[in-house]
Design a protein around this ligand. Structure first.
Ligand SMILES: Nc1nc2c(ncn2[C@@H]2O[C@H](COP(=O)(O)OP(=O)(O)OP(=O)(O)O)[C@@H](O)[C@H]2O)c(=O)[nH]1
Length: 203
């Protein structure tokens, strides 16, 4: 069974946990504990293949806090970078995070890093500060997927974006002939726990 490791990154309050919980449970839960890093596990079936999905949801990163990014960026096979369409600062932070991912993967990762840029809180379009076009352009510049979503209102867009990203990760790993997939993910989970002291969750 293949292991797929994803990390969600983005500003405080961008809706990382909401997006992830919507994907994993189909539900929207208004408030989430935001003072701890979490590692979620889920068995997932895609295109007839069984996967062990691990998703790392760290507590918030500001643009300057490079250290919180380093371990997830090394660990993850793919990334969901979340900003809020009604908060330009979160968009600028997402831009910064994309640059950091690219920079740290430049040596090890020939070709594209599987990333989806997500503009969340589409339901707040009356207070929109970032146009859909700007989001799409930033994604194009970084050669990544792009999707505007509302974790509060819509499951399907979120499900589709994760499915697309997971397919991209699978392609990417196949291309790289990455045998690490079969070495067992428990040791990496342990490493992450050691580094961040985070809770682990099964959904
Ligand atoms: N209107 C609206 N609110 C949302 C949406 N997604 C999340 N929220 C709200 O935004 C707030 C922050 O959501 P979280 O999922 O905790 O955000 P986060 O990025 O995980 O935040 P940290 O854990 O602090 O990094 C919560 O009050 C959510 O209810 C959305 O799609 N629409």
């Amino acid at each position: 069974m293949n292991d797929i490791k994803l990390a969600l990154l983005g500003s405080e309050g961008a809706g990382k946990s909401a997006v992830l919980v919507r994907f994993l449970t189909k539900r929207f839960i208004g408030e989430y504990a935001s003072n701890a890093n979490s590692l979620y596990h889920k068995r997932f079936s895609i295109d007839g293949r069984q996967l062990n999905l691990e998703v790392f949801d760290p507590c918030s990163q500001s643009g300057e806090s490079r250290c919180i990014l380093e371990e997830p960026v090394d660990w993850a096979d793919g990334f969901v970078v979340v900003y809020t369409i009604s908060d330009r600062t979160s968009f600028l932070n997402a831009k910064n995070i994309l640059a950091q991912i690219k920079e740290s993967r430049r040596e090890t990762c020939k070709g594209e890093v599987p990333i989806c840029l997500v503009g969340n809180k589409q339901d707040l379009c009356h207070s929109r500060q970032v146009s859909e076009e700007e989001g799409r352009c930033l994604a194009q510049e970084n050669k990544c997927h792009f999707q505007e979503v509302s974790a509060a209102e819509n499951y399907l867009d979120i499900s589709n974006l994760f499915t697309k990203l997971i397919r991209h990760v699978m392609e990417h790993l196949k291309h790289r002939g990455d045998l690490r997939r079969y070495s067992g993910s428990k040791s990496m989970a342990k490493l992450i726990n050691n580094v961040f002291g985070k809770r682990r969750k099964s959904v």
